[in-house]
Design a protein around this ligand. Structure first.
Ligand code: SF4
Length: 329
């Protein structure tokens, strides 16, 4: 299947509206054209600065606008980040993502994040950060430090966006993605389902992502985890099959991207997760926590991988390992 960047809403809607099993079957076929169906990319996500975020994302426990009872934490020490990254590597993660609850990084934060990127990269892990909006110069400096991926989600459709966030615009988000691309980094961008949006909004979100000049290499599809104290605490729960449909459509229209089963996974049964993998999800976060929301623990994931015969994608070898291999051959 060709990679296309001109998907229309009607085409995406037609994919969504198929019978569920036809859609999942098609997604699995597309998936197998581009990926090993039994390999899952595993990332670990660490919060490097938690809470008191000036943004007002209505789903987020870290926003200073809501009383979610979250305990805020200042920037954590680089040494602590490195020791967590080593643990993530030892437990099979190939990518280490570092997230800060900022509107954007201040210039005073740049030496801190740059040092962190350099040290995590030197361990042989792929590096990813999510720090809010970037300007071009910040994106370039992060790239130069060795940052592989930058995460910045679109969250929802352009039409529904104002129901969810008022402190930054949809176009602000697209600008950050553009700066990240221009700097030569890979893009991680997706959204959240179950925010009270309708299917048209889910179609709109996927169309935005699939018509970017280049598809994001990584597309997290989150399901809202309602947090007490936030405006979306009591939003009506979306049916799991609609989440899986969204994953399947994302797989078909962005066939070479890693589709990540992200927040909300903890609430899924093993068979729901197996269905999501059938639908083309091939990436997940391991660990007990996703920034501040609960996540399926590492032990549970090992059991699931064993049950389903899945393996974790290998981390890239370090420069030192490559030279030893070269000497041996
Ligand atoms: S989602 Fe990110 S930007 Fe929005 S409030 Fe939470 S931490 Fe801040």
């Amino acid at each position: 299947m060709q990679v296309r960047n001109d998907w229309s809403r009607e085409e995406i809607q037609a994919l969504y509206d198929q019978p569920f099993l036809d859609l999942v079957f098609k997604a699995q076929q597309v998936h197998r054209e581009h990926f090993d169906a039994n390999t899952i990319q595993v990332s670990t996500l660490l919060s490097i600065k938690t809470g008191k975020c000036p943004e007002d994302c209505k789903y987020c426990s870290q926003s200073a606008h809501y009383d979610s009872k979250l305990e805020a934490e200042k920037r954590i020490a680089v040494e602590k980040v490195i020791s967590e990254a080593k643990e993530a590597l030892a437990s099979g993660s190939s990518r280490f993502c570092m997230g800060a609850a900022w509107r954007n990084p201040h210039e005073r934060d740049m030496p801190y994040v740059i040092e962190m990127v350099k040290e995590v990269k030197a361990l042989g892990l792929e590096t990813c950060m999510t720090l809010g909006m970037l300007n071009q110069s910040q994106a370039e400096r992060l790239k130069e430090a060795g940052l592989d991926y930058y995460n910045h989600n679109l969250d929802t459709s352009r039409e529904y966006y104002s129901h969810i966030i008022s402190t930054r615009t949809f176009d602000d988000r697209l600008d950050t993605l553009d700066f990240v691309r221009k700097a030569g980094m890979k893009v991680c961008s997706g959204g959240i389902v179950g925010l009270g949006e309708n299917r048209n909004d889910r179609i709109g979100l996927l169309q935005e992502l699939a018509t970017l000049p280049a598809h994001p290499e990584s597309v997290p599809i989150n399901m809202l985890v309602p947090i007490e104290g936030t405006p979306l605490a009591d939003v009506e729960k979306l049916d799991v099959t609609e989440w899986i449909r969204t994953i399947a459509v994302a797989r078909i229209i962005m066939p070479t991207s890693y589709i990540r089963l992200s927040a909300g996974r903890e609430a899924l049964s093993d068979s729901d997760q197996a269905l999501a993998f059938m639908a083309g999800a091939n990436s997940l976060f391991s660990g007990e926590k996703l920034l501040t929301t609960p996540n399926a623990g590492e032990g549970k994931d090992k059991q699931l991988f064993n049950k389903l015969g899945l393996k974790a994608e290998k981390a890239k070898p370090t420069v030192a390992e490559l030279s030893v291999d070269a000497m041996a051959s």
